[in-house]
Design a protein around this ligand. Structure first.
Ligand SMILES: [Zn+2]
Ligand SMILES: [Zn+2]
Length: 271
């Protein structure tokens, strides 16, 4: 029965991303394959001491979920490179340059299953007065990590009232209500993604699915949009965008981007 479920879910994973709605903010059913719930996802620590408390806080925020746990482990890459490793997520913070983006998260998918992930915070902006605040650091860390679980945004309008979720974009993360942590709907969404089934295999191991990936897929540089592939969703003046790189055979990389404000050297309101 479990095997049958995975087969049935596969075509959903290959379908186009659904339109964003409050009821469902998963990444088109992309999820880590695991044989039991709750499962534990390793977060590789490649961040500086300025970020350690925020990484720890985000990890603590998400383990409230009944279906998944996170654990912080030593990173396997350099912050600048942020090269992913099979079966885990690398979390990185570095001065990536004033290239416009504040944070990004990428998932490597094989069919509907996530095989590895990377979350990056751009210190070139977080070192500026606008973004060097606990509220902005909490929001972006919380959100980028959650994208690697398969969670999408709850709301992408920067000027709506805050929903009280780090998956809600805002121009004022402090609120009230604060958008620095997950809310109940985020945990419900994780149950929707993970609570309904388990898989006969796991993608949470270091020796897992990476071997099946096209070699080019494991050696990608993510400095800018030229490397992120096709833009498949853009909202609200281009301040949040979703890109897809398709390697064929169900192998894809998705990258979620949040842009900094134009006045701070980002691409916000560029349209
Ligand atoms: Zn599955
Ligand atoms: Zn995002």
């Amino acid at each position: 029965m479990k095997r049958l479920l995975s087969v049935l879910l596969l075509p959903l994973g290959l379908a186009a991303f659904p339109a964003l709605s409050y009821a469902n903010h998963s990444w088109g059913n992309y999820h880590w394959a695991r044989t039991i719930n709750p499962f534990t996802l390793k977060l590789g620590d490649n961040v500086s001491s300025a970020w350690d408390a925020y990484l720890a806080a985000a990890s603590t925020d998400w383990i409230v979920s009944d279906v998944l746990d996170t654990t912080i482990v030593p990173g396997l890459t350099t912050a600048k490179r942020c090269r992913p490793s099979s079966g885990r997520v690398e979390v990185c913070a570095a001065t990536y340059g004033k290239n416009g983006w504040l944070g990004l998260a990428s998932i490597w998918a094989s069919g509907s299953h996530i095989t590895q992930g990377a979350a990056k915070m751009n210190d070139s902006y977080f070192n500026t007065a606008t973004y060097n605040t606990p509220a902005w650091r909490r929001l972006v860390m919380c959100q980028e990590i959650a994208h690697t679980f398969g969670l999408d945004h709850q709301d992408e309008n920067f000027y709506d009232p805050n929903l009280g979720s780090c998956m809600d974009y805002t121009s004022d993360p402090d609120g009230p209500p604060s958008n620095e942590h997950p809310n109940a709907h985020d945990y419900e969404q994780l149950v929707t993604i993970y609570g309904s089934h388990t898989d006969s295999t796991t993608t949470l191991s270091q020796t897992g699915a990476q071997g099946a990936m096209p070699p080019a897929m494991t050696d990608i540089d993510f400095e800018g949009p030229g490397q992120w592939g096709r833009l498949i969703r853009s909202t609200h003046n281009g301040r949040t965008e979703l890109y897809e790189l398709d390697f064929g055979g169900g192998h894809k990389i998705f990258t979620f981007v949040i842009w900094a404000d134009e006045e701070d050297g980002g691409r916000g309101n560029r349209r």
